[in-house]
Write a protein that binds this ligand. Structure first.
Ligand SMILES: Nc1ncnc2c1ncn2[C@@H]1O[C@H](COP(=O)(O)OP(=O)(O)OP(=O)(O)O)[C@@H](O)[C@H]1O
Ligand SMILES: [Mg+2]
Length: 252
């Protein structure tokens, strides 16, 4: 379990806060979606979880241990992350990209290649056809699948995903969302998934944490955030697209 307790982050010495007093738990095996509009602190929160950023105050624990006490590099390698901004390495082949963490962990070549092949198959990419290609010889959707394969390669317990399906057409996005759901069932990972897309949040999330201007508005299941909004912001967020939400009746 990952537990954030009163986590705050200011980039300007306390004048403004990107994240303010955020307390939330991510339970083992669940997918927690962080939902909120641009600039509300989603990426900052994920980066604090994998220690690309340090909180200004507050603590983040994993299984009861404060992560600030862990070696940041080792900790980062034990989590898989697919961040939209951190793309594939353009000069490396698909296989090398998928196996990058395995290389850092010192896996022997044959084992690394087997694992990369397995991961590519898992995300629906034909290894024979694609292993030797460079990222710019792939479509956007294929690149994002490679990103997910890379995140999963070292079999991490935790997965952090920052808008991994952003900038994709609706159909590809839908396919990848469904694949993530089935992967999740098979692999039983603990996932923190960031999006600003309400429908993606409702599709992917076991629970949804709604952030607004760096503050947590509510965390709960889709039934809870839609049916019993804890603040006017949450109510409006889910009210506006109410018509489209009707399509989600079966999951609510
Ligand atoms: N390195 C930084 N230095 C200064 N300010 C930053 C830095 N990183 C983020 N911020 C600010 O912190 C706030 C939260 O940014 P963050 O990237 O977490 O938002 P976000 O919710 O991920 O938004 P988006 O949906 O646009 O990706 C923003 O106001 C942003 O400008
Ligand atoms: Mg972001």
């Amino acid at each position: 379990m990952i537990r954030l307790s009163s986590v705050s982050k200011s980039f300007d010495g306390g004048l403004t806060y990107a994240v303010r007093e955020l307390s939330v738990e991510i339970h083992d095996g669940e997918t927690l979606v962080m939902l909120g509009s641009s600039g509300c602190g989603k990426t900052t929160t994920l980066k604090m979880i994998n220690r690309l950023l340090e909180p200004t105050s507050g603590t983040i624990e994993v299984d009861g241990e404060d992560i600030s006490q862990r070696d940041p590099v080792q900790w980062r390698r034990s989590i898989g992350y697919a961040f939209q901004g951190i793309g594939l390495f353009p000069h490396m082949t698909v296989e090398e990209n998928v196996a990058i963490v395995l290389r850092l962990l010192g896996w022997p070549t044959a084992k690394k290649r087997r694992r990369a092949t397995e991961m590519l198959e898992l995300v629906g990419i034909d290894p024979e056809k694609f292993s030797r290609r460079l990222p710019d010889q792939l479509s956007g959707g294929q690149q994002q699948r490679i990103g997910v394969a890379r995140a999963l390669a070292a079999d991490p317990e935790y997965l952090l995903m920052d808008e991994p399906f952003g900038a994709l057409d609706a159909l590809t996005r839908d396919t990848l969302q469904q694949e993530l759901l089935s992967l999740k069932q098979r692999l039983c990972k603990t996932v923190v998934f960031v999006t600003h897309d309400i429908f993606e949040a409702l599709t992917i999330g076991d629970r949804i944490a709604v952030l607004h201007k760096g503050e947590l508005q509510q965390v709960g299941t889709s039934e809870e955030v839609v049916g019993r909004p804890a603040s006017p912001f949450v109510r409006e967020l889910f009210e506006k697209p109410a018509k489209q939400l009707a399509a989600f009746r079966d999951v609510l």
